[in-house]
Design a protein around this ligand. Structure first.
Ligand SMILES: [Ca+2]
Ligand SMILES: [Ca+2]
Length: 344
């Protein structure tokens, strides 16, 4: 008896005829309330709509159906699905960043006829969170090179598919006049043509698929000071370690547990270092000991002074760090370390 059941009521003469008697859904909104056009949620898609108008006396609403597509009236994501008699739906599914989703709705009356479809104007899934970037380590490869290692993660769309990293280096703490690596793919970068013992500040940026950019904290380090080739400063052997005045340098010191540890080293500084500047200092630190420091005295000016670090007994096998540190900012300042001896 019913030749129109299941037909598209908006098409052809029958559609025009029945358009005015079938239930009509007019407005579909993306989201749970007022219409939204952007969302950061990727776990579900919500929509709500006005109750259908029942245009023919005696008929009642049977149900709503909704579908989801990437275009208005589309169903590429989900075909027609019942929403019961609710005027909203939450559809749990994985949504993709950068895609737009449209929800369409139709109403059925109790005689099995569907009214015309209405569609939302879409919601774009966006990633607004910036990547987290961490400088994991760095080292001075030479007197002119610093290598920086880093990592980055992004909880939204993920890091950009190509060249997500950008590394900057500057002699200034405010990053003014910085050089950069350009956008690169690898998680390390070496800057060259640096100044010997120069202090450099660096930071790393990372970009996600939505072009959000995250930035690491600024870290600083020095290019290697290198050894001076001034024979008069050599105490014994081929050469001493020489540093310009405010240099900072570390040695690895492997030690074993349970045996008293004594480190001795000779230290001296030149006249240009300045008598009023904080004297050069040696510091031993690391796991299994208490950090121990000793500074040169005035007798180390132009003469070798023997310093002794009595660090006690290490409580575990470890590689400790012995740091030599100068504090003079005088341009001609130099200090030297020689004959480092570790006894256990
Ligand atoms: Ca919308
Ligand atoms: Ca992100």
């Amino acid at each position: 008896m019913n030749t129109f059941a299941g037909s598209d009521p908006t098409a052809g003469n029958y559609g025009r005829l029945y358009k005015n008697v079938l239930p009509s859904t007019s407005t579909v909104r993306d989201g749970a309330g007022a219409d939204i056009n952007f969302s950061t949620i990727t776990s579900c898609l919500q929509a709500n709509w006005d109750a259908a108008a029942i245009r023919t006396a005696g008929r009642t609403l049977n149900r709503y159906e909704f579908k989801i597509g990437h275009t208005p009236f589309g169903n590429e994501v989900l075909g027609w699905t019942s929403a019961g008699t609710a005027t909203s739906t939450t559809s749990y599914r994985t949504l993709n960043y950068g895609r737009r989703y449209f929800v369409s709705v139709r109403a059925f009356d109790d005689t099995g006829f569907a009214g015309e479809e209405a569609t939302s104007n879409g919601v774009l899934i966006v990633d607004t969170s910036s990547p987290t970037v961490t400088i994991s380590s760095f080292s001075a490869l030479s007197q002119t090179q610093i290598k920086i290692y880093f990592t980055a993660t992004d909880e939204g769309s993920g890091l950009a598919d190509t060249n997500p990293y950008f590394v900057e280096i500057s002699p200034n703490a405010d990053m003014g006049g910085a050089n950069n690596s350009g956008w690169i793919s690898q998680t390390d970068h070496t800057f060259s043509s640096l100044k010997r013992n120069g202090r450099y500040y660096f930071r790393v940026k990372a970009k996600d698929k939505a072009d959000n950019i995250g930035t690491s904290t600024i870290t600083d380090w020095r290019a290697k000071p290198g050894t001076h080739q001034e024979n008069m400063t050599v105490r014994t052997g081929a050469n001493a370690f020489g540093f310009v005045g405010d240099a900072l340098w570390d040695w690895d010191v492997p030690v074993k547990s349970g045996s008293a540890l004594i480190i001795t080293a000779y230290i001296r500084y030149n006249t240009e270092y300045g008598g009023s500047a904080t004297k050069p200092k040696l510091t031993l630190s690391g796991v299994g000991i208490s950090p121990t420091s000793i500074s040169a005295t005035g007798t180390a000016e132009n003469a070798w002074e023997l310093l002794t670090i009595n660090a006690g007994t290490p409580s575990q096998n470890a590689t400790l760090t012995l740091r030599a540190e100068g504090f003079s900012t005088s341009p001609g300042a130099k200090f030297y370390i020689d004959d480092i001896n570790v006894s256990q």
